[in-house]
Design a protein around this ligand. Structure first.
Ligand code: GLV
Ligand code: MN
Ligand code: MN
Length: 413
């Protein structure tokens, strides 16, 4: 398996084998599966001629030196965590393709005017703590919206999960990089939508990344007997959550350009004959226009307050992501246009409705993305699929973009 595209495909499949659930591909932050995937990727980076380490946040970082030691680096990367029952390429494609870019340089003994570093981010999806961007947020800003005492669904706090993984909660911010260390960040990712396929193009240039708000909400009502408490005297936490969930849908539907999702719902104590005393749910609200997202969020929260008051329950929430819409860097987009056009004969630009680590990395350095076609635009679904030919096209495009950025890095103001 010496051809790089076959290796990319095989490595994605190999990573898919590292799952918390053998029937539903799931790999989350600070778990045994995170550790196993990080170990595997560290080995691939070292085999490609890189020095590789785990940083204070649990990200894997590989470095390939440039012509001069300790030079600033062009950063490449994407994420290693998955959603629950996810696809084979979301995130990891960008990591394994970046490793192939370095493998080719090291095979030919080529050093660039800058170093290359590859980040395999530990938590982009935010599944475990209903958050997002923990890995790249710590690298770019030294902080995350998740408090150390925030719980996962099993009741483990973020601090406990870090310690169990062997990381020090007090030293998380040491993952942060200084702007002078980073020339730029480039990320290759599957499109997760149908646009490139409809255009007949393997690759395209991303213009911007959606803004997102994510909340973890809890409802406190009163548990009681399902047979004895009259309907008018109940404080049913799950019924209140159901109304809140429909409020998220109604607000998103009535605000063009906004999408809203409740992906997790839970209720307790959990018996057929007990009125639920507590409920919890998540909210994911997005728009490419921040003012619309903020207005929709305000409307959702007003709705929650009204529901709580009318039903006599308490609804509280914790904002775990408040990420603005992020434009990609114009200079990098021009170079990526050229790299894509050399591959497909036509530069094509499109925005991203999905979140990506590049959105966080833009706070550290100029950042941009290449999208790769995926079948039927399906993602966050085990049916996610790409072709080996497109993997090869993505690799050539990323490799070209790396050479172009190394030769003509963005100027910082
Ligand atoms: C990441 O995949 C996201 O957009 O939620
Ligand atoms: Mn994803
Ligand atoms: Mn992704």
């Amino acid at each position: 398996m010496n051809d790089p595209a076959s290796r990319i495909m095989a490595r994605c499949v190999e990573l898919r084998g590292i799952s918390a659930d053998p029937t539903a591909y799931s790999r989350h932050y600070l778990t045994a599966e995170h550790r196993a995937a990080a170990t595997l990727v560290t080995g691939w980076m070292r085999a490609a001629g890189m020095a590789a380490r785990l940083d204070a946040a649990g990200n894997v970082v590989g470095r390939y030196e440039g012509e001069r030691p300790a030079a600033a680096a062009l950063l490449l990367g994407s994420h290693l965590d998955t959603v629950r029952d996810g696809g084979t390429y979301d995130g990891q494609l960008g990591v394994v393709t970046a490793i192939e870019v370095v493998q080719a340089l090291s095979d030919s003994g080529q050093r660039l005017g800058c170093a290359i570093e590859i980040y395999a981010f530990a938590d982009e999806e935010g599944v475990r703590f209903s958050s997002g961007y923990i890995g790249s947020g710590l690298v770019a800003c030294g902080e995350t919206g998740v408090a150390l005492n925030a719980h996962d669904a099993g009741g483990t706090t973020f601090a406990e999960a870090l310690a169990a993984f062997g990381l020090n909660p007090a030293r998380l911010a040491e993952a942060r990089r200084r702007p002078e260390e980073a020339l730029a960040y480039l990320e290759l990712h599957i499109e997760q939508g149908p646009v490139l396929e409809a255009e007949g193009l393997a690759v395209g240039t991303v213009t911007s990344i959606t803004g997102q708000s994510r909340l973890a909400a809890t409802v406190a009502g009163v548990a009681g007997h399902a047979g004895t408490v009259p309907m008018t005297l109940r404080k049913d936490a799950l019924a209140a959550a159901a109304e809140a969930i429909l409020t998220v849908e109604r607000v998103a539907r009535s605000n063009p350009g906004v999408v809203g999702t409740v992906g997790i719902v839970g209720a307790g104590p959990g018996a057929v004959n007990v009125i639920p005393g507590q409920a919890r749910f998540t909210v994911d609200l997005r728009s490419g226009i921040d003012a619309r997202r903020q207005r929709a969020l305000a409307d959702v929260l007003t709705g929650f307050r009204t529901i709580a008051e009318r039903r006599g329950v308490a609804i509280t929430w914790d904002v775990r992501v408040d990420a603005p819409a992020t434009p990609c860097d114009p200079h990098l987009m021009t170079l990526i246009d050229r790299a894509c056009a050399a591959e497909t004969g036509r530069a094509f630009r499109l925005p991203s409705g999905a979140g990506h680590d590049a959105a966080e990395m833009a706070a550290l350095c100029p950042s941009a993305m290449i999208f790769l076609r995926c079948r039927d635009g399906i993602s966050h679904n085990p049916a996610e699929s790409i072709t080996p030919e497109d993997a090869a096209a993505g690799l050539r495009t990323l490799a070209r973009a790396v050479q172009m950025v190394a030769a003509d890095p963005p100027r910082r103001g």
